[in-house]
Design a binder for this molecule. Structure first.
Ligand SMILES: C[S@@+](CC[C@H](N)C(=O)[O-])C[C@H]1O[C@@H](n2cnc3c(N)ncnc32)[C@H](O)[C@@H]1O
Length: 279
């Protein structure tokens, strides 16, 4: 049976985002028709708000809770005065929103366990939430090599790791991730799971270094954060430098016949990539 374009356009939205988009479209057309003050319009806006506003909290509610160590790390990160950090010298501006958090941390932890990973590489560690989440799922002799350019935030993370029974599995590499990746490739290091979450303009370079340097094991998984970049890559209008970088990165991955991938609309987007067998 074939699906005609007319049939496709009649398809009923059945997901929260699909229903939200249809509902907003309806609200816009009613506002354009001058129905702004109608109670039914206000009612529709309230439903749309609940649909969108309740999603993240419900996803979190249905996800395995984070460990006390991860909870403490997140609290310590949000209590810190990031605005008071010295900036300049081309170093990244750090902010608490960089932390991946409960649901994404749990997904990474789940993937580490499901793939029976023993060696994990993280590119962009910040205060160490995702590094510690992944370490919690590793066997006792497993390792997370975590790259971070900012020495101050690396010390912050180390202090958090020191109070977790899994912190000893994390090796922090302070420096520019490209230098660390090149060194690891020269050493012949390979990883079962790689989490890419550093500066977005560097993604294309890091991805090439991972593939060309043989850093991902043949059965390995590369997880890439922020691949929706606040909607920039698919929205019309001016795109931010990060939006442009992610759009170019996503296209590079989609055009690469040597990998297969899926973009999950979790938080700001997480793409899972694996090597095509024999590719
Ligand atoms: C989004 S945060 C990482 C968040 C962390 N993965 C988590 O889940 O909590 C990005 C981090 O990448 C670091 N970073 C930026 N550019 C880098 C580079 N060239 N090399 C290594 N780390 C870099 C930043 O200092 C920042 O701490």
């Amino acid at each position: 049976m074939t699906t005609t374009p007319a049939a496709a356009s009649r398809a009923r939205p059945v997901t929260p985002m699909g229903i939200l988009a249809a509902s907003l479209k309806d609200i816009v057309s009613r506002l354009e028709a001058g129905d702004a003050g109608e109670p039914s319009v206000i009612g529709s806006i309230s439903v749309a708000l609940e649909l969108a506003g309740g999603l993240d909290a419900y996803v979190a509610l249905c996800t395995t809770p984070e460990s006390p160590a991860l909870q403490a790390l997140a609290q310590r990160t949000s209590a810190h005065d990031w605005a008071g950090q010295p900036v300049g010298n081309g170093m990244p501006v750090l902010e608490q929103e960089m932390l991946s958090g409960h649901v994404e941390g749990q997904l990474l932890k789940f993937l580490v366990r499901a793939t029976r990973s023993e060696r994990v590489l993280e590119i962009g560690m910040f205060t160490g939430y995702s590094a510690l989440a992944m370490a919690e799922a590793l066997p006792a002799d497993g390792v997370v090599v975590a790259c971070e350019i900012d020495a101050g935030v690396a010390d912050f993370a180390r202090a958090c790791f020191s109070v977790s029974p899994h912190g000893g599995k994390i090796v922090v590499e302070v420096g520019n991730a490209s230098d660390t990746l090149q060194r690891l490739a020269k050493e012949g290091a390979t990883f079962d799971l790689i989490f890419l979450d550093a500066d977005k303009v560097g993604y294309e370079e890091y991805f090439r270094l991972i593939l060309d340097g043989g850093l991902v094991a043949p059965h390995g998984v590369i997880c890439v954060d922020n691949t929706l970049m606040q909607g920039d890559p698919y929205m019309t209008g001016a795109s931010s430098p990060n939006g442009q970088a992610i759009a170019a990165f996503n296209k590079m991955v989609a055009d690469d016949p040597g990998v297969e991938q899926v973009l999950l609309p979790l938080r700001d987007g997480l793409t899972l990539i694996s090597l095509v067998e024999g590719g």
